[in-house]
Design a binder for this molecule. Structure first.
Ligand SMILES: Nc1ncnc2c1ncn2[C@@H]1O[C@H](COP(=O)(O)OP(=O)(O)OP(=O)(O)O)[C@@H](O)[C@H]1O
Ligand SMILES: *[C@@H]1O[C@H](CO)[C@@H](O)[C@H](O)[C@H]1NC(C)=O
Ligand SMILES: [Mg+2]
Length: 335
């Protein structure tokens, strides 16, 4: 709003300034020059407003991100708190010493992809900017053959270098990390290290997210243990989980980070646990889905679907083994 006022004030002043000269042509020339200057300066306000812009200072709205995380993501207080803190600290820093690297862990359907989409959407509200500056690599899709690892390493380095030199504030999302060929992820190590620019490209503003099912079983053990000792979900200590996760994925052959130098050299800033979802969270997902599909929010139906989805461990049925992943299809079937 301040910027709008500034611009408005500028345009309002122009005619009075030049009225002594030839008023109309001169003020038109001034306006034209102002617009051109805005369009051609790399991170200008006008360009960010109407075209694409990769400058997070102008695009990441922390209160909006916080609201989206709090309202849309159920049962993940640990994950949403860490993500929010990490992103606001990194975006406040004018010259971060290294890119922000976060690794999401948890069972299927607990919201890892969902949260990464919320981050992308709040980093770049405009679809065109999202398409250009947010890069998603699916291990199964992009790196299917372990024997081509040499070529993948080169390709990945080129992609990251190329994209960060176009936009320092690029977002890279690696999904299905557990399917990643051994050793591939270490090829991006130089870009994640604490350093000044490499060959003129500065990587400190980039953001890397890794989505991983590895560690999910350990998170469930901790959560179950708390539940059995009748302690609240809110009492689960984050620090214990984080150090447990880093050890677990380093020693797990199928985590994508097996014996990885990224872990050894502490280049992953945050290991973020996604807790298993409980009956009440599944209910919230179902309610949300009903609302989204434009159906009535029928309490009996919500309870029926949620009960059928709460199936782990089999004797207690506290958690949903698929999280909220199959909610949409269950709702489709039932309505
Ligand atoms: N914690 C949650 N809060 C709200 N909705 C959720 C949550 N978790 C999952 N969902 C819903 O379920 C859908 C599937 O979840 P998502 O794709 O994020 O799971 P995931 O953790 O990435 O699973 P996978 O490990 O299989 O990739 C989401 O699109 C969202 O609608
Ligand atoms: C950016 O990354 C994409 C893959 O996500 C790749 O296809 C593209 O070539 C990269 N751009 C540059 C300039 O390297
Ligand atoms: Mg996912």
């Amino acid at each position: 709003a301040m910027k709008l006022l500034n611009v408005a004030g500028f345009f309002a002043l122009v005619p009075t300034l030049v009225s002594a000269l030839e008023p109309i042509t001169t003020s038109l020339a001034f306006c034209g020059a102002a617009v051109m200057w805005q369009l051609f300066s790399p991170a200008s306000w006008l360009k960010c407003r109407f075209l694409e812009c990769c400058n997070m200072k102008d695009t990441l709205d922390i209160p909006a991100l916080q609201m989206a995380l709090e309202q849309k993501v159920f049962g993940q207080h640990l994950a949403t708190q860490v993500v929010l803190k990490a992103l606001s600290a990194h975006s406040r820093d004018k010259q971060p010493r290294k890119p922000l690297v976060m690794s999401f862990h948890g069972w299927t359907g607990t919201g890892k992809t969902f949260v990464s989409k919320i981050i992308a959407r709040n980093l770049y509200q405009r679809h065109e900017a999202r398409r250009r500056f947010v890069h998603q690599y699916d291990a199964v899709l992009h790196f299917p053959h372990a024997e081509h690892i040499k070529q993948y390493k080169k390709q990945l380095q080129n992609w990251i270098r190329g994209n960060v030199s176009i936009c320092p504030r690029s977002l890279f999302i690696f999904s299905e990390m557990d399917q990643m060929p051994h050793g591939l992820i270490d090829s991006i190590m130089p870009y994640l290290s604490h350093r000044e620019a490499i060959n003129g490209v500065y990587y400190g503003k980039a953001i890397f997210l890794f989505l991983n099912n590895a560690g999910g079983d350990k998170i469930i053990e901790v959560a179950l243990d708390h539940w059995r000792r009748q302690k609240g979900r809110e009492e689960i200590p984050l620090t214990d989980l984080q150090s447990m996760l880093s050890a677990e994925i380093f020693n797990n052959r199928n985590s994508g980070f097996w014996k990885s130098k990224l872990i050894q050299n502490n280049l992953v800033d945050y290991f973020i646990p996604f807790l298993p979802l409980e009956y009440k969270h599944v209910k919230e997902c179902i309610q949300e889905e009903l609302r989204y599909q434009g159906h009535q929010e029928d309490e009996d139906l919500i309870i029926k679907i949620a009960l059928a989805m709460s199936d782990y461990p089999s004797e207690d049925r506290i958690y949903s083994s698929k999280g909220c992943k199959t909610v949409a299809s269950k709702v489709n079937l039932a309505t």
